[in-house]
Ligand binder design. Structure first.
Ligand SMILES: [Zn+2]
Length: 542
């Protein structure tokens, strides 16, 4: 690192007390070429930006000294694909996942304090409770009393409701089962408190939309969770005008504790939020909206992903495109012409092919400047893989999807089509730029889970030993790059964040182990001691 002398000069030139010097750190960052660099001292200017990184033994510049105690210090991690509001909303709901008995679920419900008028949540599974029947409205009343409640089953296909919710919905013994749904009933025909499939709507429609206060509480909760897992930035993969207004309020109140790169959901949201064109990063680089999110198909689990040939486990079904190809292409061309990045969800091989074809019709100089992205790039046919590099399309990948999906994906599409599935190493080796993310809350938001999955291709139980399709595993440096500089690049922010380079924001984390030295199998256990954005702490482990 030949620039140490100039860095020192830069540091020495600043007035005493104007900067903070983090000493005794086991520091890592990437240089602009993506190579790993080490340092022992991080110098942060009063402006919240990195002034210098210094090797062990270097003369310390003036400034307030903070001894890191030999702990590992890394650039803050950036999640390139998450759903911020859903993360907060889910965290504020009652979570019955993992309850082993009705009594345990009732105890959890009793302890839960809902902030809103309704008790919302889910995750229950009467099979795990060994109940031999569905739970009842009365058993819910015992736990939560008179507040109306709506709790979805773990698979989302049934809702457990209480007497108050049934009354509000107007369900009586005379209410017929709706088409495609069932009201669970006793021998007299009275509803007992569980609604299946289409019948869920009878109560769901009565749940009032969340208030502004509830939504702000959800955003605050999401930001709290993000800081606690070392996330200093996130790309919101699909938001609307109300979400944007909420972000702006948080920015104004200085309550944004992570940098948000927002993608507007579809052309209407783009037009409503940014009628005059892309909204670049603000003066503190906390918020930007210069991207549109589109969805080309559904997901693999529900066989909604759009495949070229039939699902291996369901002959006659290929999934469905969300848009006719001409419309998809027009939306991408029109929005590109207005200067927006376009990020398209594509899971199935037909969807990936259609998205790449649509991107190919965007003028090359726009494509290069706008950095269009394929979100997920999950099942890609082998002849489509090289098109990512050829067209300069970023692959926005979620490593934990691979380790969660592995068994299901094999059943759905079979071995042959998986050759181009979750093929991150192949993409990187061919020159494609990768951005790492989690798709939280579909997967947990912890970026170390993603690093672990990318490097080991194993789930957090260590399965399968040796990794799933392990030849597509990334090196630790490649995975780290995807959650730092790679994600920053995908958000037009690589000159601002993503590494601890002089002039960039001092977004960093202090963690309880050295992920570059410890065995990769334990990566996901990495604990966050503290998270810093622009040199200010936004999380400290209690
Ligand atoms: Zn998503």
């Amino acid at each position: 690192m030949k620039t140490f002398a100039t860095m020192l000069l830069l540091g020495a030139a600043m007035p005493a007390g104007a900067q903070t010097v983090y000493t005794n750190a086991n520091g890592y960052t990437l240089d602009e070429a993506g190579a790993l660099q080490r340092f022992a001292t991080l110098v942060v200017g009063r402006d919240g930006k990195v002034a210098a990184t210094l090797p062990a033994g270097a003369e310390l510049p003036r400034g307030k000294k903070i001894d890191v105690g030999g702990k590992t210090l890394l650039p803050g991690l950036i999640d390139a694909h998450g759903h911020v509001m859903s993360l907060g909303e889910l965290a504020l709901r009652v979570d019955l996942n993992g309850t082993g008995s009705l009594a345990e679920a009732q105890a959890r419900l009793k302890a839960y304090r809902s902030s809103g008028g309704w008790v919302l949540g889910g995750g229950w599974n009467q099979e795990r409770w060994n109940l031999g029947r569905f739970p009842t409205a009365a058993e819910l009343d015992v736990a939560i009393g008179d507040k109306p409640a709506y709790l979805t089953r773990v698979d989302g296909h049934a809702a457990w409701v209480n007497a108050r919710a049934l009354a509000l919905s107007g369900i009586t013994r005379d209410t017929p089962d709706p088409a495609g749904g069932r009201i669970e009933r006793d021998a007299q025909g009275n509803a007992t408190g569980v609604l299946v499939d289409a019948a869920m709507k009878l109560v769901r429609d009565k749940i009032p939309a969340p208030t502004v206060k509830e939504q702000e509480a959800a955003l605050a909760k999401a930001l709290e969770i993000m800081a606690s897992v070392g996330m200093t930035g996130a790309h919101d993969a699909g938001m609307g005008p109300a979400d944007w207004a909420r972000y702006q309020r948080f920015l104004k109140r200085r309550k944004l504790t992570a940098r948000i790169y927002a993608m507007a959901r579809g052309p209407d949201a783009v037009a409503a939020i940014a009628p005059k064109g892309p909204i670049g990063w603000d003066s503190k680089d906390m918020l930007a909206m210069q991207a549109m999110k589109l969805q080309a198909d559904g997901a693999l689990g529900s066989r909604g992903a759009w495949m070229r040939a039939d699902y291996s486990d369901k002959p006659g079904e290929k999934g469905l495109p969300f848009y006719e190809e001409g419309l998809l292409r027009r939306m991408i061309i029109d929005t590109s012409a207005k200067g927006f990045q376009v990020n398209v969800h594509a899971i199935g091989d037909a969807a990936n092919g259609a998205v790449l074809a649509a991107f190919a019709s965007v003028p090359a100089e726009q494509r290069g400047a706008l950095r269009h992205r394929n979100e997920h790039a999950q099942i890609v046919s082998l002849d489509d893989l090289p098109r990512f590099t050829r067209l300069g399309i970023i692959a926005s990948i979620q490593p934990t999807h691979a380790t969660s999906d592995k068994g299901m994906a094999e059943a759905r599409v079979g071995e042959l089509r998986l050759q181009g599935g979750y093929a991150w190493k192949t993409l990187i080796d061919s020159g494609t730029k990768i951005a790492g993310g989690s798709d939280f809350p579909v997967e947990p938001p912890n970026p170390f889970y993603g690093l672990h999955a990318a490097v080991t291709r194993m789930d957090r139980n260590g399965a399968p030993p040796g990794g799933w399709r392990a030849r597509e595993a990334l090196t630790m440096v490649q995975a780290f790059h995807s959650f730092t500089l790679g994600a920053a690049y995908a958000g037009h922010a690589e000159s601002k964040v993503g590494s601890l380079t002089p002039g960039k924001w001092a977004d960093f984390i202090i963690v309880d182990r050295d992920p570059f030295v410890e065995p990769a199998a334990g990566l996901w256990r990495t604990g966050i001691e503290s998270t810093w954005v622009a040199g200010k702490p936004v999380f400290r482990k209690k």
